[in-house]
Design a protein around this ligand. Structure first.
Ligand SMILES: Nc1ncnc2c1ncn2[C@@H]1O[C@H](COP(=O)(O)OP(=O)(O)OP(=O)(O)O)[C@@H](O)[C@H]1O
Ligand SMILES: [Mg+2]
Length: 270
């Protein structure tokens, strides 16, 4: 899964790794600020308007980056129709959220939770149920999240695209905070607007936007990183509303950049 190009020098790879790790750390910091001001300080749902925006990879990297602070983090795969976190972390999907919510297992069965990194547990999605949307807004989901809020410092829920199915909007009745993932050159401007309208219509709380797949020329950190730290494009979507905060750019679609970051960048994370 390494994104390292065979023709790149080791130094270029180190620079890229450093740069990508920094992007996720910026997202983490922004998210910590947003959560500190939110009513629910623990649970964040991640969605996008359209499929394939980079939600799952972004969620996994955010969870890893947050766990590197020493916080106790849970990642829930809330995309029960198109589960992917078990593949990213290489665990089975035989048991998971769908079974806990549908009563096919005891609600307090902690054997479904897999320790995938230091301080990071994963609750896989489980087998696809007939009614994911109903399960996500159910009383069982509320009870589960209430118990998990006691046990973890931060909980991330990888969700389906909000423009395609209603599952994410259903979840928001139990966990209102949302981050929207926007993919450069893919997500349309109107679709960002529609996502925000849908989220607000059900009382969701927009914490921010993460832009993925940003090329060097698009990125404020790009090229020679000359503008690094100035966040030139930061707040680009500011006109969508007061109080919204916008997160950083992520360039890589590769989970291993974070977990394999050079030891000097790992220690910086702490
Ligand atoms: N920041 C990124 N930069 C470049 N490519 C990325 C980025 N994030 C994800 N990708 C790539 O985009 C593809 C889709 O990623 P991912 O599965 O995370 O998207 P998704 O929004 O969860 O998709 P789905 O809607 O199917 O759940 C993958 O091939 C992944 O490697
Ligand atoms: Mg996904």
């Amino acid at each position: 899964m390494s994104n390292n190009h065979p023709n790149k020098t080791a130094e270029e790879d180190r620079t890229a790794n450093f740069y990508i790790t920094e992007s996720y750390k910026t997202i983490r910091t922004n998210l910590q600020f947003s959560l500190a001001a939110a009513e629910d300080k623990k649970v964040t749902a991640i969605t996008s308007y359209e499929p394939n925006a980079g939600k799952s990879i972004t969620t996994a990297n955010m969870a890893i980056t947050m766990a590197q602070t020493g916080a106790h983090v849970l990642l829930i795969d809330g995309d029960m129709r198109n589960a992917s976190q078990h593949k990213i972390f290489g665990v089975t999907n035989t048991n998971g959220l769908s079974k806990l919510l549908s009563g096919l297992s005891r609600p307090d069965d902690t054997s479904f939770f897999r320790g995938v990194r230091p301080n990071l547990d994963l609750l896989p999605a489980g087998p696809t149920p007939p009614n994911p949307s109903e399960l996500l807004c159910s009383k069982n989901m509320k009870k589960l999240l209430d118990a998990l809020r006691e046990a973890y410092d931060f909980i991330f829920v990888d969700c389906p695209p909000v423009g395609v199915i209603s599952d994410t909007l259903s979840l928001l009745s139990n966990a209102p905070n949302v981050l929207i993932v926007v993919r450069q050159r893919q997500t349309r401007h109107d679709d960002i607007k529609r996502s925000i309208e849908k989220i607000r219509a059900v009382g969701g709380m927009l914490l921010g936007v993460v832009i993925t797949d940003v090329s060097d020329s698009d990125s404020p950190f790009g090229g020679r990183y000359g503008r690094y730290g100035k966040y030139g494009k930061y707040g680009k979507y500011g006109r969508y509303g007061k109080g919204d905060k916008y997160s950083a750019y992520t360039k890589s679609g590769e989970i291993h950049y974070i977990s394999n970051a050079p030891s000097n960048t790992q220690s910086e994370v702490k």
